[in-house]
Design a protein around this ligand. Structure first.
Ligand SMILES: CC[C@@H](C(=O)O)C(=O)SCCNC(=O)CCNC(=O)[C@H](O)C(C)(C)COP(=O)(O)OP(=O)(O)OC[C@H]1O[C@@H](n2cnc3c(N)ncnc32)[C@H](O)[C@@H]1OP(=O)(O)O
Ligand SMILES: [Co+2]
Length: 132
């Protein structure tokens, strides 16, 4: 794995969270993007080489809606950049980790992504992402 690509934060109201993070970071978000497959609307901030992804649910049955209902707002996942996501999926599976996706799927910000079960990452949902 190359680096932490982004930290995902689940929020109830994307516009309100954009204002909050603009005030915290002193910078505007640089893009918003809806990812229909995940049932989310996202917003991205850059701080140096690092990125924060705010995620709000667009559907009641989406992972973010379920997370917000069960745990409230907060850090939802940590995403790692990889060169070859299919190879990483195979490697992690061979180490005994449960991957939630056999095949990579469409992510935000020009990435393909796959997730590992949070119970296998000490309570942290791990996202793998590769540049498209
Ligand atoms: C925008 C696209 C992309 C990007 O490009 O960056 C994204 O970031 S998309 C982000 C949203 N998509 C996903 O999260 C997809 C992967 N997630 C899932 O498949 C599910 O959310 C899940 C992780 C399998 C959980 O779903 P489910 O098993 O149906 O829900 P439960 O509520 O029953 O959870 C089981 C268990 O796991 C705990 N949990 C759930 N989510 C998280 C989390 N994000 N971090 C830590 N722990 C989590 C949950 O609390 C349950 O534990 P117990 O309460 O102890 O039973
Ligand atoms: Co993400």
């Amino acid at each position: 794995m190359k680096k932490i690509e982004h930290i995902g934060i689940a929020v109830k109201d994307l516009e309100a969270a954009n204002r909050t993070y603009k005030a915290i970071l002193g910078a505007e978000h640089y893009k918003t993007e809806e990812v229909d497959g995940e049932g989310v609307n996202t917003s991205f901030f850059k701080i140096g080489d690092n990125k924060i992804e705010l995620l709000a649910a667009t559907r009641d049955d989406s992972p973010i809606a379920k997370f917000l209902e069960k745990r409230g707002e907060g850090i939802h996942h940590m995403a790692f950049l990889v060169d070859d996501i299919e190879k990483e999926i195979i490697r992690l599976k061979s180490e005994g980790f449960r991957l939630l996706n056999e095949n990579p799927k469409q992510g935000a910000d020009n990435k393909i992504v796959a997730f590992m079960h949070p119970k296998d990452g000490n309570g942290v949902l791990v996202e793998l992402c590769q540049e498209k």
